[in-house]
Write a protein that binds this ligand. Structure first.
Ligand code: IMP
Ligand code: MG
Length: 176
């Protein structure tokens, strides 16, 4: 069976492209061009979104990564977030734009954002592809948001289930 068979399309490839291009323009306009910007990707889920987004931001920027874990293979957040791999470089006196795949409960960003803010950056903002507003009780809000989605488990465009489906070029809902 081909892997598309178990999936319902939620956001098409074309809609992703259009939205990401607009987010790139918004991000460019949000910062002065002569001030340093570091894009911080949250591994693993953000890597496809990040790759497309940075090419839509027409300005100089650098890229760094953190790796966080809370889920294991479950589909519910454990709330127990760990920093598995930290940034390579200092973010002191730089603008930081965190790029994340999805805000579900918000617990992951509730952990990461204060951690980054404690390192004396000029600013910390958050770009998120997807948010499930029904689940997010954390008070964490994206500064740049792609799409609000229903409270369903989604895969594709970097998001996985059990390590699979990250290479799907659209966002799908697993249907069984
Ligand atoms: P939160 O801490 O509950 O906001 O969850 C954030 C993390 O959980 C994201 O970075 C994703 O890696 C993962 N996650 C949450 N919802 C989904 C989903 O529907 N599909 C795939 N991964 C998800
Ligand atoms: Mg993630």
């Amino acid at each position: 069976m081909y892997f598309h068979d178990k999936l319902e399309t939620l956001i098409t490839r074309v809609d992703l492209e259009d939205r990401v291009r607009k987010l790139g323009q918004e991000i460019k306009e949000a910062y002065r061009e002569d001030e340093p910007l570091v894009v911080v990707g949250v591994m693993n889920g953000s890597f496809v979104f990040l790759a497309d987004l940075i090419r839509a931001v027409e300005r100089s920027l650098s890229i760094d990564f953190v790796r966080l874990s809370s889920y294991g293979d479950a589909t519910q957040s454990s709330g127990n977030v760990r920093l598995i791999q930290d940034l390579e470089k200092s973010i002191e006196d730089k603008h930081v734009l965190v790029v994340e795949d999805i805000i579900d409960t918000g617990l992951t960003m509730q952990f990461l954002l204060p951690n980054l803010k404690s390192r004396n950056p000029r600013s910390v903002k958050l770009a998120v592809l997807l948010e499930k507003p029904a689940k997010n009780q954390s008070g964490v809000a994206a500064d740049f948001l792609g799409f609000e989605i229903p409270d369903k488990f989604v895969v594709g465009y970097g998001l996985d289930f059990g390590g699979l489906y990250r290479n799907l070029p659209y966002i799908g809902i697993l249907v069984g």
